[in-house]
Design a protein around this ligand. Structure first.
Ligand SMILES: NC(=O)c1ccc[n+]([C@@H]2O[C@H](COP(=O)([O-])OP(=O)(O)OC[C@H]3O[C@@H](n4cnc5c(N)ncnc54)[C@H](OP(=O)(O)O)[C@@H]3O)[C@@H](O)[C@H]2O)c1
Length: 256
């Protein structure tokens, strides 16, 4: 069975579709009940697989406990943690309460879930964990500061567990996407910045590339253009310049 946290649209829906196509039963998690249930039904009808929909707000402090009351952790063979909360703008403009929600959704809940589910996978000697990360998590990313820091956290967590669990039958990967045409991305209303405009992937492209590298690498940067840009930013230019480029680009894209 595959559990997808943040499943009802965009990348989460693409992960769910890929896994149902591969023959997995699904547990789909999101907040909006109607959307989640209609997506669950569509997966059931398309793949004739068992699909359950669990409404849960992953930003609440006890989200992981709530989920583990609805799902038997020992039955989960694939865990995809896709949901994330972000804030675009000056760090000091976001409320302290919202920053805590970002940290809980993006770090604390996945950390707790991976701890519980990973232990069960290790007992079985098989399983896979995918944590969604982002290019924003590779260097300081001004005006995305809290979000970017949580994405760095996820990448480092996944890469560390890849090393620890690779000979124990449990594959772990951080999926580091660049701009991806999901509803959430479109809702941010990104503008163009000429040469520095990100090339946008479809959710299906990101998911396909992620599964192609699962079990082979601790993390994957999806999209050829993203890999080239990330190589330049991480290896060829000074850190200070990379941080400046990232902040300047975000400022231009979001007209801050
Ligand atoms: N889109 C991009 O350009 C991009 C780029 C790099 C990395 N990423 C990463 O990819 C992942 C998906 O990104 P996305 O923004 O494009 O979203 P998405 O794939 O459209 O996923 C959002 C899904 O998560 C659910 N969700 C969001 N907050 C939740 C919460 N608190 N509790 C439960 N479910 C929640 C949403 O349903 P409900 O709203 O109904 O809860 C929806 O099903 C994120 O981890 C993001 O950091 C995205």
């Amino acid at each position: 069975m595959a559990l997808i946290a943040g499943a009802s649209e965009g990348l989460g829906a693409a992960f769910s579709d890929y896994l149902a196509h591969a023959g997995f039963d699904l547990v789909l998690v999101a907040r909006r009940q109607e959307l989640l249930q209609s997506f669950a039904l569509s997966m059931q009808e398309k793949y004739h697989t068992r699909v359950s929909a669990v409404c849960c707000d992953l930003s609440s402090a006890d989200a992981s406990d709530q989920l583990m009351c609805s799902v038997d952790a020992s039955e989960i063979d694939v865990l995809v943690y896709n949901a994330a909360l972000s804030f675009i703008g000056p760090f000091e403009s976001d409320s302290p309460e919202h920053i805590i929600k970002i940290a809980t959704t993006n770090m604390i809940t996945p950390l707790k879930l991976v701890r519980v589910v990973g232990e069960e996978m290790l007992k079985k000697g098989r399983g896979a964990v995918i944590l969604m990360s982002s290019l924003a998590g590779f260097q300081g990313s001004g005006f995305l500061s809290a979000y970017a820091a949580t994405k760095a956290f996820n990448r480092i967590l996944a890469e560390s567990l890849w090393y620890e669990w690779r000979h124990k039958g449990v594959d772990v990967i951080a999926c580091c996407a660049g701009a991806t045409a999901t509803n959430n991305y479109k809702l941010t209303n990104p503008g163009k910045t000429g040469l520095l405009s990100p090339s946008v992937q479809t959710p299906e492209q990101v998911v396909k590339e992620c599964f192609a590298e699962l079990g082979k690498k601790p993390s994957v940067v999806t999209g050829y253009g993203n890999r080239v840009a990330n190589f330049l930013m991480q290896r060829l230019i000074p850190r200070k310049t990379a941080v400046r480029i990232m902040g300047d680009t975000t400022r231009k894209i979001y007209r801050i």
